[in-house]
Every structure is written in structure tokens, then in C-alpha cells.
Design a protein around this ligand. Structure first.
Ligand SMILES: Cc1cc2nc3c(=O)[nH]c(=O)nc-3n(C[C@H](O)[C@H](O)[C@H](O)COP(=O)(O)OP(=O)(O)OC[C@H]3O[C@@H](n4cnc5c(N)ncnc54)[C@H](O)[C@@H]3O)c2cc1C
Ligand code: SF4
Ligand code: SF4
Length: 363
């Protein structure tokens, strides 16, 4: 059977790591989510990409759960929500949309601190027994961690605008014996984990230990080396260790240094630093998460929150009732802006999919 035909109707035994490498990694549509590395003992992160480090005894689970091999959103929505989206649901299916703000948020939380507050509440109430978060080192390189205390979750707050294979840290959480793993991350990472959770293959490899997915909004992400060399050092003359915060607001990419000085460029000027694998990505609002959190749609210091599944709704309601977050109505204008960005991302996906010869991903 020709490779192309195999990719159209894969079952876990028809395609293995070789096909994953050919279809996703070498063709640069890999988003470096780390899902393939998380659930397979033979796949590791080598030279900044997934690599097979041991003989593969003809197993194709990685091909089956990678979000870039094939992804049928209608089928995923039907399994997760019991229906597919309506035409006006540009942000995916959700129960409730609000603006929210954590009380006493971590000083370096990105927006309203709601992502952090939700994970802390989930840990303290026993919904999860650990949280996989994306922290950073002094040079702003991402470091995925298995956080088991509120302090560790709070320490990882704040957006790192560089690609991170954070899902791979789920492997460490499984190895340490955690049974209710929470995860926060970008839409592509959420897609990988949700695909794993909804898999209908008769094998247990840890998918039943994923308990909560907190998704972030994401329009694009950047390659660490390109961003640091081209923008932070090249344009702003800063060393990565001298950066206090990154933010994208009102069309500007802003770097705030440790003296408090802001350096900024129009977001279009950062196109050269965008990670290639972000091209064929349609998901702005982490449509397969239990609960999604972003900044677009709400004012400074607030987060836009979309509760999606019953688990997400229940966690948010409990966090609100405990007074850990406060909420207000999200404005119609704010929601319309988020929907416009989501639609724009779908358009970019359509163009890039043709350019990058992507098949099997349908929204
Ligand atoms: C790459 C990227 C692009 C984004 N683009 C947009 C956008 O276009 N529009 C928008 O409205 N919002 C965007 N966001 C989301 C926004 O930056 C905030 O994360 C979100 O509003 C939640 O804010 P918070 O204060 O509740 O989060 P916090 O409480 O500060 O928690 C943020 C969480 O994000 C996780 N995290 C940080 N960096 C990464 C990373 N690189 N990969 C995976 N997880 C990470 C950390 O583990 C932390 O727990 C983006 C986030 C990322 C990571
Ligand atoms: S997209 Fe994710 S799961 Fe697929 S090959 Fe890349 S890192 Fe692995
Ligand atoms: S744009 Fe898409 S592929 Fe890139 S980090 Fe965001 S969700 Fe992942």
C-alpha cells in the first residue's frame, strides 16, 4: 500500500515512527508538543526534535495519537461534548464565557492569573495530584515540570513565547506514580493529550491518568533561538537573562527588561521568528480543553475564561465559590474580537496546509 493511502486510514499497526518522522517531523509540521515522547519509552527529544532511540517493535501508537498525523475535530467534539459545533461557535464548544481575575495572583502571572489559580484549586481539592506546567530557566528556555505544590504551580506562572515540548513531562509524572495528572498548555498540546485520552485502542499506557486539561489561547509561538538572536539580542540589544516579561498586546510584541523598560515591535515584525510547525494550526482557543484561558476579550489584568466540559465547569464554579477568583461579564466586543482572531487562525491554517502539503486535519 502506498504511503499516502496508508496515512488516509491509519490504524495503530499500519503506521509507526518511520511514518511519523516522514509525515510530520521531517516535513516540519510537527508542533513539538511532546505527546509522542510522553507515552512511548522508545521516543526521546534529541537535537530539539522527537527521535526513536530504541528499536520499534512495529507499534504505531505515536502515529495514532500525534495531533499532526490526522485530526478530525468533528469526531473529537462528538466524543467529548456529545455534539459538533454550530457555525457560529468560532471559539469551539463552551458552556460559559466570562472575564475573571485571581485574587492575590502571583506577581508574575501573565494576565488574570486564572490558569494558575485553577490548577492550585484543583490540586488542593484533590481533582489532580500533580500539574504539568511550563516554567523557565534564567535564559527564558522553557522547562516543563511536574508541580506537586501550590508554590511550584505559582512559580511557573507567566507566558514563555517559545515552543515547548511540555507534554513529555507527563512521562515523568506517570513514572513517579501520579494518578490524576493536570496539564496546562497551548492548544496543540491539549490536542495531543485529548487525542490520547479519547483513543479507542485497547491499550493502557497512562491515558487514564490524565485528569484535567487547562488550555491557553494561542495565535502563534516562536522558535527560541530565532527570537533571542533576531529580536531580543539583535533588535533590542538585551541578553535573555535581563528580560523580566514578554507580552503581546494590541498588535505589539513587547519585551520588558528587568529595569522596567519596555521594548516593542509590531507583531508582524516577528513573523521571521515564528516556529514553522505553528503554520498548519487552526486552534486558537484550546477547543478540546476542559477549560480555556486567554487574554484577548478581557481588560488588562483579567483573563477570558471558557468553561467547556462538565469537569471544567465544576472546577471553575468551585474556584469562584471559594472566592479564589472573581468574575464579571465578558463584553460582546471582547468576545467578537476573540472570535475574529480564531477565524483568522483558521484562514491561516487553510493557506499553510496547502503550502506545507498537510493532509488529514479537518476542523
Ligand atoms: C505561546 C503562547 C501564545 C499565546 N498567545 C495568546 C494569544 O494570541 N491571545 C491570547 O489571548 N492569549 C494568548 N496566550 C495566553 C496568555 O499568554 C496567557 O497564558 C493566558 O491569558 C492565561 O493567563 P493567566 O494569567 O491566567 O496565566 P498564568 O497564571 O500566568 O499561567 C500561565 C501558564 O501558562 C503555562 N505556559 C507558559 N508558557 C508556556 C508555553 N510556552 N507552553 C505551554 N505552556 C506555557 C505555564 O505553565 C503557566 O502555568 C498565549 C500563551 C502562550 C503560551
Ligand atoms: S506534533 Fe507532537 S506528537 Fe506529533 S511528532 Fe511532533 S512532538 Fe510528536
Ligand atoms: S500556534 Fe498552534 S502549533 Fe503553535 S504553539 Fe500555538 S497551538 Fe501550538
Amino acid at each position: 500500500m502506498a504511503a499516502k493511502e496508508k496515512f488516509a486510514e491509519p490504524t495503530y499497526l499500519e503506521c509507526g515512527f518511520g511514518e511519523l518522522e516522514y509525515k510530520v517531523i521531517k516535513s516540519e509540521i510537527c508542533c513539538r508538543c511532546g505527546t509522542c515522547e510522553a507515552f512511548c519509552p522508545r521516543i526521546e527529544h534529541v537535537e530539539n526534535k522527537p527521535a526513536l532511540v530504541n528499536y520499534d517493535p512495529l507499534c504505531g501508537l505515536c502515529f495514532t495519537y500525534c495531533p499532526r498525523t490526522f485530526l478530525d475535530m468533528g469526531a473529537m467534539e462528538s466524543k467529548l461534548f456529545g455534539r459538533t459545533r454550530n457555525a457560529d461557535e468560532a471559539l469551539g464548544i463552551y458552556q460559559k464565557a466570562v472575564s475573571a481575575q485571581a485574587q492575590g495572583p502571583a506577581a508574575h502571572a501573565q494576565d488574570g492569573g486564572v490558569a494558575t489559580a485553577l490548577l492550585v484549586a484543583a490540586l488542593q481539592s484533590g481533582v489532580i495530584d500533580c500539574a504539568v506546567v511550563t516554567d523557565r530557566d534564567e535564559e527564558w528556555r522553557t522547562v516543563a515540570r511536574v508541580a506537586t505544590t501550590a508554590e511550584e504551580i505559582v512559580a511557573a506562572a507567566g507566558t514563555k513565547y517559545t515552543i515547548s515540548n511540555s507534554v513529555q513531562a507527563v512521562k515523568a509524572a506517570l513514572e513517579k506514580g501520579y494518578k490524576k495528572i493536570g496539564f496546562v498548555g497551548t492548544p496543540c498540546q491539549i490536542q495531543g493529550l485529548r487525542k490520547v485520552m479519547l483513543l479507542e485502542e485497547p491499550y493502557q499506557f497512562g491515558q487514564d491518568k490524565i485528569a484535567l486539561l487547562v488550555g491557553l489561547f494561542c495565535m502563534e509561538n516562536f522558535d527560541y533561538d530565532a527570537l533571542m538572536k533576531g529580536l531580543v539580542k539583535g533588535k533590542f540589544g538585551l541578553m535573555p537573562k535581563d528580560v523580566a516579561r514578554y507580552e503581546i498586546k494590541k498588535g505589539m510584541f513587547r519585551v520588558i527588561d528587568k529595569t522596567g523598560k519596555a521594548h516593542e515591535v509590531k507583531i508582524e515584525e516577528t513573523d521571521a521568528f515564528t516556529f514553522a510547525g505553528c503554520g498548519p494550526c487552526f486552534d486558537f482557543a484550546s477547543e478540546l480543553a476542559d477549560i480555556s484561558v486567554g487574554s484577548v476579550g478581557s481588560g488588562d489584568g483579567w483573563s477570558t475564561v471558557l468553561t467547556r466540559t462538565n469537569a471544567g465547569e465544576k472546577l471553575y464554579a468551585a474556584t469562584l465559590a471559594a472566592g479564589v477568583v472573581q468574575e464579571k461579564a465578558v463584553s460582546e466586543k471582547g468576545l467578537a474580537l476573540a472570535k475574529k482572531l480564531a477565524a483568522g487562525k483558521v484562514k491561516r491554517f487553510e493557506t499553510k496546509s496547502v503550502e506545507m502539503n498537510v493532509s488529514g486535519i479537518t476542523r
